[in-house]
Design a protein around this ligand. Structure first.
Ligand SMILES: Cc1ncc(C[n+]2csc(CCOP(=O)(O)OP(=O)(O)O)c2C)c(N)n1
Length: 517
């Protein structure tokens, strides 16, 4: 990304957001990769003024970034929607403490599940956590909104959620570039009542949060982030995010209540708008978030057919939704992904296929082991579950043949605790750590076991073998399976026969990265 002072550049939503955060004086940014959010940190790491990191997982990323805000600087956390689940523990209480420097929580949802294990709609987290939600409708807005989010965060003493979706993150447009405005660091406050969330203090903070919500609601009515575009009196839309951009193309003459500050809801604006339009339609991707709230307001409107709650609202569907023509979203013919030719994961899956075991799987390129021709991965729920499913399934079926598979990045993210748990609770079995020296699924990001930082600088390298031994595994073997099939098969057979908890680290670099083993 070109770093210019005042100019235009053709940027994706994620690039634009990174640029906007830099302009707004961002100092510290943390993330764990996840499509469609990954490029935000990748782009932020190009700015020397910003301290960036790949954290080991989203909970850690959230805490480090949030602590930097408590320390008085503008900070940012970014993740994909499921990453927010991992960060929910600090997130919920950070709403109570509030911030010092502005703190922005960027969450990229993935309607249509282009690259995700579920399709959750992050907007509900606004209600649950009592934090404001901003929703840009284009890359240019992503850039503008992140600056606004910092201002709102500091003004109302709250973390602010900036909700992106795949199409906003990955589509491109011309955006204006400006200069960076430094946000001078505030002093580190020793404020026990604000930052020590023991029950006595948290009760007081809960009251503060409720009062803050009332103020945020008043702000939602006034802010230009929620704007009315006056057009036809006979047709109007209440909408947000990419749905707004799609509708504008198809219905340029209609009226719009375009919500950029989606939560807390701007009830008065919604009431006034729906009253002023003969046919008011709410159009939103995924869940009926606005729709359910508008029902409670008793305003007159129509909404999409419930079948459109699944998947993306593509431009082609807009007319159908408005005119009520189709009830079912036709799936686009898909071409299934597969592991690359020469991928080291192939070898493990060919061995596992021959063994015929139940393979407790995890999330990464190796999840593709579930597809033909190997079809040798039998569960995949969330990151880290390759380790814990081996244990849980064995507790249900002690006699069955079960192993677990996890990637190197995923093991560091959330597999370590599962291995400690297995050792502590005397579980048995073989866990394969498929160490391809990178986070391949999301495009090849570094992690602690690669020994390289987000900026490719050498750092302390996490020794997976020593770590697994320390976790309590009885046997830990490290082997390069490529060109070594016989030895690999013999080792696997030995460890499976043993009445023990074993870890086999299958180590060979991904074909798409240049790295020495
Ligand atoms: C909670 C959560 N965070 C992030 C992701 C995105 N993601 C999917 S797989 C993966 C890691 C893959 O790396 P690794 O385990 O090393 O396996 P590889 O793809 O390299 O084989 C990530 C970050 C996710 N699905 N869930």
């Amino acid at each position: 990304m070109a770093k210019k002072t005042t100019d235009k550049a053709f940027l994706s939503g994620n690039e634009a957001l990174a640029y906007g955060a830099w302009e707004a004086g961002l100092k510290v940014a943390c993330a764990y990769p996840g499509t469609p959010s990954t490029e935000i940190l990748e782009n932020l790491s190009k700015f020397k003024e910003i301290d960036t990191q790949w954290s080991v997982n989203e909970k850690v990323a959230y805490e480090v970034a949030f602590a930097a805000s408590v320390g008085g600087v503008r900070s940012l956390f970014a993740c994909k929607h499921v990453g927010l689940n991992v960060a929910m523990d600090p997130l919920m209480t950070s709403s109570y403490t509030g911030v010092n420097g502005g703190f922005v929580v960027v969450v990229c949802d993935d309607p249509g599940m282009h690259s995700s294990q579920n399709e959750q709609d992050t907007r509900w987290v606004g209600i649950y956590s009592k934090m404001p939600i901003l929703e840009p409708a284009s890359p240019a807005e992503a850039k503008f909104f992140v600056g606004e989010a910092f201002t709102i965060s500091e003004r109302f003493d709250t973390p602010v959620i900036l909700r992106m979706t795949t199409r906003i993150s990955h589509s491109k447009e011309d955006v204006e570039l400006k200069t960076r405005v430094e946000a001078p660091p505030k002093p580190l406050e020793k404020d026990i009542r604000k930052y020590v969330m023991v029950p006595g203090n948290a009760r007081i903070r809960h009251e503060v949060v409720e009062k803050r919500l009332v103020k945020l609601k008043a702000f939602a009515e006034k802010t230009k982030l929620n704007k009315v575009e006056v057009g036809s009196k006979s047709l109007g839309f209440v909408t947000s995010s990419v749905s707004y951009s799609y509708l504008k193309e198809q219905y340029p003459e209609a009226s719009y209540l375009k919500l950029g500050f989606t939560y807390p809801f701007c009830d008065d604006k919604i009431r006034q708008f729906s009253k002023s339009i003969r046919k008011c339609i709410v159009v939103e991707e995924l869940d009926p978030f606005l729709e359910e709230h508008m029902k409670t307001l008793g305003v007159k409107f129509t909404a999409k057919d419930p079948s459109f709650r699944l998947g993306e609202l593509l431009p082609d569907y807009m007319k159908a939704i408005v005119e009520g023509q189709i009830k079912k979203v036709k799936p686009v013919k898909s071409r299934p992904p597969r592991m690359c030719p020469g991928c080291p994961h192939w070898i493990t899956f060919s061995v596992l296929k021959k063994l015929g075991f139940f393979v407790a799987g995890d999330i990464g390129c190796y999840t593709l082991g579930a597809l033909p021709p190997t079809s040798a991965l039998h569960s995949c729920v969330c990151m880290g579950a390759g380790v814990t499913f081996n244990e849980g399934l064995r507790r249900a079926h002690p006699e069955d043949k079960i192993v677990g598979v996890v990637g190197d990045s995923t093991f560091v993210h959330s597999g370590i605790t599962g291995l400690v748990n297995a050792a502590y609770n005397k579980a048995k079995g073989v866990i394969f750590i498929l160490d391809n020296r990178t986070t391949a699924m999301t495009g090849g990001q570094n992690h602690p076991a690669t020994g390289l930082t987000i900026r490719d600088e050498p750092t302390k390298e996490l020794d997976l073998k020593k770590l697994c031994e320390a976790c309590g595994a009885d046997y830990v073997d490290q082997i390069d399976p490529t060109g070594n099939l016989k030895e690999y098969e013999t080792l696997v057979a030995e460890r499976i026969a043993a009445d023990a908890l074993s870890v086999i680290i299958s180590k060979h670099p991904c074909k798409l990265i240049k790295r020495n083993i």
